[in-house]
Ligand binder design. Structure first.
Ligand code: AHR
Length: 321
């Protein structure tokens, strides 16, 4: 072999070694919830980007918000004998039978971004999620600090009924504000994590609260509902971010656009990259037998109008929001 050929061969070998442990050979089925929010769209798009980086063959099934579609997708992935299944569970209950089927087929399941009931703990390998109770607590603490001693009536837009993140974000927020007698949640309803429902529910809150005069703050379980609520406030002649404070979760580009315009105050970031760590975990498990911890926690960052929202907006380009 000539020196040139030898160099080319070792360069190729070095490239192969740089890839995460044989991820290139994996076929993974991902049962995704749907596209209810900007964050969800980004999670789908980042999952594809992370799969491409690792040469994983990723098959995504969009469940259009229906658990029955997710169950069908999981059964189809089992029939295809994929190497692993990723599941973003729309609700937290009702998974036991289908996850038992995956376990019997020896296909590891990884939960992404949402949890299932503790009874199902033995049925999945690991969960890559944020601490959603903590996210709610961060939102509540920010609000308590911002309003100080002033009496403050809060309206809450909850996420999808039955979703782990909706229950947890409520719990975290309620616990944080319970320490402050001046803060009270006066109305709370689901907006199903969508912009349209967030707007609709906020309109009804404004009507019921004297045209919004008795509302001091809105807490939304995601930014998309908040973007809808901001629109409702503006249409009612209110100044969101000033007359009524806003705090929500996700850190999607549109909430930073609203912050730049002075119409939103705070958000708690949820990374859309849950799949990257999940691919690496599955590769290590399959190839080296490395058993991961039951929970791989992603970071939650509070971002406010004081944190250069234009820069945050710009940094989210190309992520599929
Ligand atoms: O499970 C994560 C949540 O689901 C996001 O915060 C929300 O935008 C999405 O719909």
């Amino acid at each position: 072999m000539t020196f040139k050929a030898l160099f080319a061969a070792s360069a190729t070998a070095a490239l192969l070694l740089a890839l995460p442990a044989n991820a290139a050979e994996l076929t993974i089925g991902f049962s995704q919830i749907g596209s209810e929010s900007g964050w969800r769209a980004a999670e789908t798009s980042v999952s594809k980007q992370e799969a491409t980086k690792r040469k994983v063959n990723l098959k995504i099934a969009d469940a259009q918000q229906k658990q029955e579609n997710q169950i069908k997708a999981i059964r189809s992935f089992i029939a295809q004998n994929v190497d692993a299944i990723f599941l973003a569970p729309v609700v937290s209950t009702g998974w036991d039978s289908v996850l038992k089927e995956a376990k019997e087929a020896k296909i590891p399941v990884v939960l992404l971004d949402r949890d299932i009931d503790p009874s199902g703990k033995d049925l999945y390998l690991t969960a890559v999620t944020s601490d959603s109770v903590h996210e709610g607590a961060v939102a509540g603490e920010w609000l308590a600090k911002t309003v100080g001693e002033k009496a403050c009536n809060v309206v809450e837009l909850q996420g999808t009924v039955g979703a782990s993140v909706a229950a947890n974000r409520k719990k975290g927020f309620d616990t944080a504000i319970a320490k402050h007698a001046n803060l009270k949640v006066v109305r709370s309803q689901t907006g199903d994590f969508t912009r349209a429902k967030g707007k609709e529910v906020m309109e009804s809150f404004i009507k019921a609260e004297g045209g919004g005069k008795t509302i001091c703050a809105v807490y939304a379980h995601n930014d998309d509902m908040m973007v809808g609520a901001i629109q409702a406030m503006k249409e009612a002649g209110l100044k969101p971010g000033k007359d009524i404070l806003t705090v929500s979760i996700d850190a999607v580009p549109d909430i930073f656009k609203a912050m730049v315009a002075g119409e939103a105050n705070a958000t708690v970031e949820l990374t859309p990259n849950m799949a990257g760590p999940a691919f690496d975990t599955v590769a290590a498990f399959k190839n080296k037998g490395t058993v991961p911890p039951k929970w791989i926690q992603t970071e939650s960052r509070l971002l406010t109008a004081a944190d250069d929202p234009q820069k945050e907006y710009d940094s989210k380009k190309g992520l599929g929001y």
